[in-house]
Design a protein around this ligand. Structure first.
Ligand code: ATR
Length: 291
């Protein structure tokens, strides 16, 4: 008979606590592997499962969390903003970001948190020496991830941010939101154009791609990387593959970071919110295969 490794999860039983992830798509997610490895390492009778939820079904899915007594969940693309009005309360970070990636159920109430911004920050500081107060950032994209990154950078005292998004109205909405919450940060919107991108590359020290360009195999770079140099820190939130953008930036020896370390750190923060325990970071890192 095969022996069961010491770190295996306890079998699912009557008292097993359930958390999961709501997303569309969700099959590619590495969060189940990361969290289930963490539960097993701490001997917790918890299980993390993927829930493929289409946008039209999100209200029913959230009602289902309540009805089933699920302990909490992560929320990913495309639900991070849409879930906000379905919850009972928001943490200060989730309210400032305007998006939720982690839900905690406590005493019949669903509270929305956002660990993306803090996860981004931990990943960036772990990989590179980065001084927000001395940097200027170009953010590509204006979705939920861009909101978290922009809010975090402004919170850390970055003096200036430029936002460029294919749909400019969304960039303007994000810029307004950031200015309201962080009046000391100069936030401007740039047109989605090669000329503006080139000028912003020369101006910025930190460039963060939060767009979905790069998620699919064969995607081009979202912007022309010309002008990126070893003095830049470039973060691409796409994980699981080397994007054309990051490959071009690495080739000119810019300091690069993909989205996997941010996934790790946002997950570790969510783990602690649910369990009240310190996350076993190295176990989670190994489960994600973060180098
Ligand atoms: P997330 O929560 O990960 O930020 P999202 O809210 O769906 O995901 O945001 C996706 C971002 O990728 C948006 O900024 C989107 O631009 P639009 O607002 O114009 O839709 C951007 N994006 C997606 N496909 C893109 C493409 N082909 N070119 C440029 N930007 C793209």
């Amino acid at each position: 008979m095969a022996s069961v490794p010491a770190s295996a999860s306890p079998p699912v039983g009557g008292a097993t606590r359930v958390v999961g992830i709501l997303g569309d798509p969700v099959a590619h997610s590495r969060s189940p592997a990361m969290h289930n490895a963490a539960f097993a390492a701490l001997g917790l009778d918890w299980v993390y499962v993927p829930f493929h939820v289409l946008p039209a079904a999100l209200p029913d899915a959230v009602a289902g969390l309540r009805a089933l007594g699920v302990t909490g969940c992560n929320v990913t693309v495309p639900h991070k903003e849409a879930v906000v009005p379905l919850l009972d309360d928001l943490s200060p970070a989730a309210a400032a970001i305007g998006a939720v990636n982690t839900v905690v159920a406590a005493e019949g109430r669903l509270v929305g948190h956002n660990t993306d911004g803090e996860g981004f920050s931990r990943a960036l500081h772990e990989a590179h020496r980065f001084r927000a107060e001395r940097s200027r950032a170009l953010i590509l994209g204006a979705g939920g991830s861009a909101r978290a990154v922009g809010d975090q950078l402004a919170r850390e005292g970055i003096p200036a941010i430029r936002i460029s998004n294919r749909t400019e109205s969304k960039a303007r909405a994000l810029a307004d939101h950031l200015r309201r919450h962080h009046p000391d940060c100069e936030v401007k919107v740039l047109p989605w154009s090669p000329l503006d991108h080139r000028a912003a590359i020369n101006w910025a020290e930190l460039i963060v791609n939060t767009t979905r360009v790069g998620l699919a195999a064969g995607d081009p770079s979202p912007i022309d990387p010309n002008g990126i140099s070893p003095g830049h820190i470039v973060v691409d939130l796409v994980y699981g593959r080397e994007t054309a953008f990051l490959a071009a930036c690495r080739a000119v020896r810019a300091r690069c970071l993909d989205g996997l370390p941010m996934l790790l750190h946002q997950g570790a923060l969510a783990f602690t919110l649910w369990t009240g325990k310190e996350a076993p970071l190295e176990v989670m890192r190994a489960a994600l295969q973060v180098p």
